[in-house]
Design a protein around this ligand. Structure first.
Ligand code: FPP
Length: 235
């Protein structure tokens, strides 16, 4: 039986190595990686992927050099400015997850504007995780829930998995069906921890700037034949 991967999430890893192998600064790899995002978004409708979530910057990435961090922040701004019209034209709705508190005002404003101008779109839902960490997200959700309990708006005994999920950054998304990580590393690095409880995983050797739409569609086809049992028996 073939099934559809409605929501695919990607850990776009390997930009730094891609650049270093060419004797170039790591940021060159990030720029090459950013170009790949458009190609993968465009490949989604054909393989019936409705939601694409990409990990652009983690809560741990602040530990990188100041040159790399500020270069990435500039890249995100440039990406938003450059891609806005194409995203509107292609029917892409963009949303961001992660904590915006540490991001600079100009970037947050660009993110808000992009969310607003694409809010009427529904062909593809692109979610960009920026200053995102799974544990940080669950911690922030727990704090918000605790405040509601303190204020008498929420009863502790009515907190179910569904209620907790409604406090997460991803409250508007279905859980991912498939999580792809490029560059040969087989770990999940704090990405969508709660949401990926029953996701299938693909770890591929390709460095993110070399990852093609063809490879993406092949992984989606392979997903179609997987037997997902969610802890139960095969039907
Ligand atoms: C991991 O590769 C990649 C990142 C930390 C940044 C991801 C950002 C992009 C692909 C570009 C921007 C994307 C958008 C949506 C605007 P790495 O640097 O850890 O690579 P390495 O493991 O080879 O060092």
């Amino acid at each position: 039986m073939t099934q559809v991967a409605e929501h695919v999430a990607i850990i776009m890893d390997g930009n730094g190595r891609w650049a270093q192998r060419r004797g170039r600064p790591r940021l060159v790899g990030h720029h090459a990686g950013a170009k790949r995002v458009r190609e993968i978004v465009q490949a989604c409708p054909e393989v019936r992927v409705k939601y694409l979530t990409v990990f652009a910057f983690s809560t741990e990435n602040w530990k990188r050099t100041q040159v790399e961090v500020s270069g990435l922040m500039r890249l995100f701004k440039r990406y938003i400015r450059r891609e806005t019209q194409a995203l509107i034209d292609e029917g892409v709705r963009v949303r961001f997850i992660g904590d915006r508190i540490k991001l600079d005002d100009t970037l947050v404003q660009l993110m808000d504007e992009l969310e607003l101008v694409t809010s009427g779109n529904s062909t593809i839902h692109l979610t960009i995780a920026l200053n995102y960490g799974g544990r940080d997200e669950v911690t922030r959700a727990a704090q918000r829930m605790a405040r509601e309990v303190e204020a008498g708006k929420l009863a502790a005994q009515s907190v179910t998995a569904e209620v907790l999920a409604s406090f997460l950054d991803t409250h508007f998304l279905p859980d991912p069906d498939l999580v792809i990580r490029t560059s040969g590393e087989a770990r999940i690095s704090n990405f969508l921890l709660w949401q990926s409880a029953y996701a299938e995983y693909e770890f591929v050797e390709t460095l993110w700037p070399d990852f093609t739409a063809l490879q993406f569609t092949q992984l989606i086809s392979r997903f179609g034949t997987r037997d997902r049992r969610y802890g139960a028996l095969t039907a």
